[in-house]
Design a protein around this ligand. Structure first.
Ligand code: IMP
Ligand code: MG
Length: 434
């Protein structure tokens, strides 16, 4: 690797979303041409409203063009030539689209909320584009049918990092609203515990609210599961259990590939490589860290409670461990996820693509058993699934992996999750009225 390349890679690639950056770049042109910063002191220039209207028109045209390019990419996906789509040439990291993205309408919605076109000094930002994409995803999902499965990350998505889902959390009501529409819910979190008590501790606000809800039927209440340790521990809601959760033995839910290739000696070997690599980083970066080895994960946490690791050290550790595992033989035998959890680094066996996949299959096969869905249905489809999370950068992030099995929404904090769910419930309501 040349130094230049290394600097570019280390500083940029894993910390940028290429598609969002590309859209931002396209929107920067009309911003430069049409925004009128001199309007602040010049009376001759057009009124703010005129400028905003012109910028709005241009931004929306661009979003419509991108929307068309995504449609073209989806057409290519259908005959397996998506590697040749124009979008793929322009944004090589682009993945699979499970639904259309009505970007022009989504822009219209977010512009009313964020006044993007009225800004004269600040161009359309990363967050503007991220939120437009989220809205477009919700519109795309609800336009074509029901939302059968919503999965949520825990930390930062449902509650602040390291905290718990308390009864006062406004997200609870929104999740119950979704459940009352028969949407299945999976909490797909990296937090890996083997005891129901620990998950009850983290999620009791939601569990108690579901248990005491008078809106939900008994069947709907059972549509809540927790997938812990990315894809390692499955708990189902159970009103008869003291912690409102039942642990489901692995043999009852693991997928065929997991059964054949996630073998204990391979798991131990991968965790051994990860652990020695983490220990090396602790030493090289002089981190005040304790190494925590678990059944299906290994991580580093601060040795003293209030100690904050430097962000750079966390990122460095993730990238070193990830590279080490990618280069190892065992790293090719087993999926794993190395990520920066805010003030810790963990390597988990499996990842959230497997976690969401298990949820899709679990509800699919249970629906088949109860006659709730037709015989043909094996699993809930990606286009009927939404995963909401905060970690979508390509390296060191754990929600990113969920993108290969379903649609996703990228939020920045728990308040945004609440706003997103309000938007979603609104769209579902509008669809009902049609
Ligand atoms: P998430 O945002 O819900 O996926 O949770 C991630 C956080 O869970 C991490 O930052 C860790 O602090 C915590 N955690 C606890 N146990 C584990 C584990 O076994 N693997 C990964 N993260 C864990
Ligand atoms: Mg998170």
């Amino acid at each position: 690797m040349t130094t230049r390349y290394r600097v570019e890679y280390a500083l940029k690639t894993h910390r940028r979303d290429q598609f969002i950056e590309w859209v931002k770049g396209l929107l920067a042109v009309p911003f430069v041409l049409h925004s009128q910063p001199t309007g602040v002191f010049e009376t001759r220039s057009n009124s703010v409203q005129q400028m905003a209207a012109e910028a709005h028109r241009r931004y929306k045209e661009i979003m419509r063009d991108v929307e068309g390019m995504i449609d073209d990419h989806i057409e290519h996906q259908k005959d397996n030539t998506h590697g040749q789509s124009k979008l793929k040439l322009l944004v090589p990291t682009i993945g699979t689209f499970f639904t259309r993205l009505p970007l022009a309408d989504a822009f219209e919605y977010q512009d009313k909320k964020r006044f993007i076109s009225s800004r004269r000094f600040v161009p359309p930002s990363f967050n503007d584009v991220r939120l437009i994409l989220n809205t477009a995803q919700l519109m795309g999902l609800t336009a074509t049918g029901s939302l059968d499965l919503a999965t949520f990350d825990g930390d930062v998505t449902l509650y602040d990092d390291g905290q718990s889902l308390l009864p006062s959390n406004p997200v609870i009501q929104r999740i119950i609203d979704l459940m009352s529409n028969d949407t299945k819910i999976g909490i797909v979190t990296a937090a890996g515990y083997t005891e129901a008590e620990k998950y009850h501790g983290r999620l009791h606000g939601l569990l108690t609210a579901v248990n005491t809800s008078t809106v939900l039927t008994e069947q709907q209440k059972n549509n809540l599961i927790i997938m812990g340790g990315e894809s390692n521990f499955l708990f189902t809601f159970d009103s008869s259990s003291p912690y409102l959760l039942s642990h489901l033995p692995r043999r009852e839910w693991i997928l065929p590939t997991m059964k054949t290739s996630w073998l204990q000696p391979t798991i131990t070997e991968l965790l051994d490589v990860a652990e020695s690599s983490l220990r090396e980083c602790v030493q090289n970066l002089s981190l005040a860290a304790t190494v925590l080895r678990k059944e299906r994960a290994v991580g580093i946490i601060p040795t003293v409670p209030d100690y904050k690791f430097p962000r750079e050290s966390l990122e460095e550790t993730v990238l070193v461990v990830q590279k080490k595992l990618e280069m190892s033989e065992v790293g090719r035998l087993l999926p794993f996820c190395a990520f920066n959890g805010g003030n810790d680094v963990f390597v988990d066996i499996g990842d959230k693509s497997w976690g969401v996949l298990v949820c899709q299959n679990f509800f699919g096969s249970r629906g088949k058993a109860t006659g709730e869905v037709d015989e043909e249905t094996e699993a809930i489809l990606g286009e009927r699934t939404l995963h909401v999370g905060d970690q979508f950068l390509s390296a060191g992030s754990n929600d990113f992996k969920a993108r290969v099995v379903g649609t996703t929404a990228w939020i920045a904090n728990p308040t945004e999750t609440v706003e997103l769910l309000d938007e979603l419930v609104g769209l579902i309501g509008m669809k009902r009225k049609e």
